[in-house]
Design a protein around this ligand. Structure first.
Ligand SMILES: Cc1cc2nc3c(=O)[nH]c(=O)nc-3n(C[C@H](O)[C@H](O)[C@H](O)COP(=O)(O)OP(=O)(O)OC[C@H]3O[C@@H](n4cnc5c(N)ncnc54)[C@H](O)[C@@H]3O)c2cc1C
Length: 400
C-alpha cells in the first residue's frame, strides 16, 4: 500500500479544527512529504469556532504552563512563525488578571502563581490600587490576592485554524473538507488506512484530533477513550457606562460562584462565561442550545458584583459551545499503545486553543518519530486506568 499513489499518504489527520490544522502545519514544517487532512465539515467550523479565544499561561498543572508558554511565543510572533508576513491570529495583547478573595481558592492561586514564577513566566502581584488602574471598571474590595500576567490576552481561534491550514497547504498538505472518516483500518495491530466518504486511503499513520467525536475512534479501535461533551454558554454584555476596552486585561474571578472569566468583546461589550461544569450532552453535537433567561440573570448578577456599572448592562449576543471533557479536565496526547501508527490529541476540556501551537507541534513530532519538545508521558491515556490523574493545585475540576 506504499508508493506515490494519490490514494496513499504518509500521514492522515482526522479533523481540521485548530488542533488538526496545527498538526498539519507542523507535519509540513518537519518535512513530512505526503499528508492528508480530512474533515467532515469545514476547517475550524467545529468547536473551534465557538471558542472565547483566551490566551494565558496561568495553570496549576506544571506541564500545561509549559505547553501554554511555548504556544504564547507562537501567537506573539504568528506571521513569522507561519512564514507569511500577512498572517494574523487577531492577537490582542491586553494581559490577564486573576483574583481570589479569602477562602478555598486563595492558597491554590498563591501556589500556582509561585510555580509560574519558578517556571520563568513574567508575572506581577498587584495591590488593589494597581489592579484598579489596569481594570478601572471593576471593584477589588474583596481581593486577597491578585496576579497579573502581562504576556497574555486573547486571539481568534477560527482565524488561527484557517491560518494554520493555509500555511499547511502552502507546505504541500492536502486538506479535504466535507470528507468524513468512517473507520480507521487496522491489520495485525497496525494502522493501514482509513475508509472515508470520498474513498479509502492507505496510510501507516493516523493522527486523530476529533475532539467530542473521539468516541467514533473508540468504536473503530475497541479502545476506551473517555470524553464527555459538555455545553457551555457565552454571553456578550453591553455597557456604555463602563466600556470593557481592548486595553483592559482578561479577567478571571475566582471569587464568583461561577468562577467567571471576562474579556473585551470590542466596542463597549464584555464577553463573559462561567468557568465551572456545564451541561452534559448525550451525543456529540454542536448545535446551539437554549440559554434560559434565569441563567442570563444569574450570570449578570455575578458580573454586577465585580463590575458595578453592569447592573444595568444589556445582552448584545450569546452562543453555546461544547467542551470535550476528560475525567481530569486535561487532554490526552500521544500514541495509543497496542496499535502501531495511531496518535491522538483530544480532551482539551475547554482550554485547548491556547495550547494549540505546541500541541500541534508535539503531536507531529510524535507521529514522525522525532523527540517531542514537551514530554507527552503525563498526558498518556493510561493515566485513567492507573489513577495517576493530571490534577493541579485547584484539585479536580474546571480550573486546571
Ligand atoms: C465556549 C468555548 C469557549 C472556549 N474558550 C477557550 C478559551 O478561552 N481559551 C482556550 O484556550 N480554549 C478555549 N476553548 C477550547 C478550545 O476552543 C478547544 O479546545 C479547541 O478549539 C478544540 O479544537 P479541536 O481541533 O480539538 O476541535 P474541533 O474544532 O471541534 O475540531 C474537530 C474536528 O474534527 C472533525 N471530525 C470529527 N470526527 C470526524 C470524522 N469522523 N471525519 C472527519 N472529520 C471529523 C470535526 O468536523 C471537527 O472539525 C473554548 C471552547 C468552547 C466550546
Amino acid at each position: 500500500m506504499e508508493g506515490a499513489s494519490v490514494n496513499s499518504y504518509d500521514v492522515v489527520v482526522i479533523g481540521a479544527g485548530v488542533i488538526g490544522s496545527s498538526v498539519a502545519f507542523h507535519l509540513a514544517k518537519f518535512g513530512a512529504k505526503s499528508v492528508l487532512v480530512l474533515d467532515r465539515g469545514n476547517i475550524g467550523a467545529g468547536t473551534t469556532s465557538q471558542s472565547s479565544g483566551i490566551l494565558r499561561t496561568h495553570y496549576s498543572v506544571r506541564e500545561n504552563v509549559e505547553l501554554a508558554r511555548q504556544s504564547w511565543a507562537v501567537f506573539n510572533d504568528f506571521a513569522r512563525y507561519l512564514g507569511d508576513e500577512e498572517a494574523s491570529c487577531g492577537l490582542v495583547k491586553c494581559g490577564y488578571m486573576i483574583v481570589s478573595p479569602e477562602g478555598d481558592k486563595l492558597e491554590p492561586l498563591r501556589a500556582s502563581l509561585k510555580q509560574q514564577q519558578d517556571q520563568g513566566i513574567p508575572l506581577e502581584l498587584l495591590d488593589r490600587k494597581q489592579a484598579k488602574e489596569l481594570l478601572p471598571i471593576a471593584q477589588f474590595e474583596d481581593a486577597a490576592l491578585i496576579g497579573y500576567e502581562p504576556e497574555a490576552g486573547f486571539a481568534d481561534a477560527y482565524l488561527v485554524a484557517t491560518s494554520f491550514a493555509r500555511a499547511a497547504r502552502r507546505g504541500g498538505v492536502t486538506i479535504r473538507e466535507n470528507a468524513e472518516v468512517h473507520k480507521v483500518l487496522i491489520e495485525n495491530g497496525k494502522v493501514v488506512g482509513v475508509s472515508t466518504s470520498i474513498g479509502d486511503f492507505a496510510t501507516p499513520m493516523v493522527i486523530s484530533t476529533q475532539n467530542i467525536w473521539t468516541p467514533e475512534l473508540a468504536g473503530w479501535t475497541g479502545r476506551s477513550l473517555p470524553v464527555v461533551p459538555e455545553r457551555h454558554a457565552v454571553l456578550a454584555l453591553e455597557c456604555n457606562e463602563a466600556k470593557y476596552t481592548y486595553s483592559m486585561p482578561v479577567f478571571k474571578d475566582l471569587g464568583s460562584p461561577g468562577m467567571l472569566y471576562c474579556r473585551s468583546y470590542g466596542g463597549s461589550q464584555m464577553l463573559v462565561s462561567e468557568g465551572i461544569v456545564g451541561e452534559k450532552l448525550q451525543t456529540a453535537e454542536i448545535e446551539q442550545g437554549d440559554i434560559p433567561m434565569d441563567y442570563i440573570v444569574e450570570v449578570g448578577a455575578q458580573v454586577a458584583e465585580r463590575f458595578p456599572n453592569y447592573e444595568t448592562a444589556g445582552i448584545a449576543s450569546s452562543w453555546t459551545g461544547v467542551y470535550d471533557v476528560t475525567p481530569d479536565w486535561n487532554p490526552v496526547l500521544g500514541k495509543l499503545s497496542g496499535i502501531e501508527g495511531l496518535v491522538v490529541g483530544y480532551g482539551f476540556s475547554g482550554h485547548g486553543f491556547k495550547l494549540s501551537p505546541t500541541v500541534g507541534r508535539v503531536l507531529a513530532q510524535e507521529a514522525l518519530g522525532l523527540p517531542t519538545d514537551v514530554s507527552l508521558q503525563p498526558y498518556a491515556i493510561e493515566r485513567f486506568e492507573t489513577g495517576d490523574l493530571l490534577t493541579g493545585k485547584y484539585g479536580l475540576g474546571a480550573v486546571s
